[in-house]
Design a protein around this ligand. Structure first.
Ligand SMILES: [Zn+2]
Ligand SMILES: [Zn+2]
Length: 212
């Protein structure tokens, strides 16, 4: 099962141009099996998500919601994909506090694009070397802003830590949907099942064609 774990829509992410309904159609066209909406600091409310989930299921897609939380810590900016928190987190201060909160509530945290170059030209817009020490549940290795070297560094760190690597498109425009995604060994229909599969390491990052 191929799921794009990292997608933004214009409904809750001002920086995205994607209408949710278009997203579902595009994902179906691309042959994805599922999508996780990861708006910035916002979890889709269940009542707003329900009609979209229905639309998705008519196209054979599973639609789930997590969120992407930005931590502004010591002058740096780190992004994390959060799955299983039942409320919007907003922005974070320290990654440690975020991870502690999410774990206490039964969720998981994946470092988003840890080695995405910062627009300031120095350091990363991502957790960077912190992925070696933070209590993460996964590392996003395949991401459009990761070059081969960034990918390798992220993959090596995940391997050393014994945590899974994931892929996501971070789509803000329709053409990006599903360029990278994550392959799940088992079928996933709820965020809880998705969490269990990531925790058990039964996932692999893949490119748009479903290959590693
Ligand atoms: Zn991000
Ligand atoms: Zn993002």
């Amino acid at each position: 099962m191929i799921i794009d774990l990292h997608v933004h829509t214009r409904r809750y992410s001002g920086c995205s141009a994607i209408e949710p309904e278009d997203l579902i159609l595009k994902a179906a066209q691309r042959g994805l099996d599922g999508l996780v909406l990861t708006e910035h600091g916002i979890l889709w409310p269940d009542d707003k998500l329900a009609p979209l989930r229905e639309l998705a299921s008519t196209h054979g897609l599973v639609l789930l919601a997590g969120q992407e939380v930005t931590c502004l810590d010591k002058g740096t900016r780190q992004d994390f994909l959060v799955f299983g928190l039942d409320h919007s987190y907003g922005a974070g201060s320290s990654p440690e506090d975020l991870i502690k909160t999410v774990h206490a509530e039964g969720g998981i945290v994946v470092a988003a694009h840890p080695f995405k170059p910062s627009r300031l030209g120095v350091g990363y817009h991502g957790a960077g070397e912190l992925i070696h020490s933070l209590d993460l549940d996964g590392v996003e290795t395949l991401h459009p802003d990761h070059d081969d070297q960034a990918r390798q560094k992220a993959a090596d760190a995940a391997k050393n830590r014994g945590i899974p690597a994931t892929g996501g498109s971070d789509a803000h425009d329709l053409f990006q949907v599903g360029v990278y995604a994550t392959r799940f060994e088992k079928s996933v229909t709820t965020i809880q099942e998705l969490i269990e599969q990531i925790r058990s390491g039964n996932v692999l990052p893949v490119n748009g064609a479903g290959r590693i």
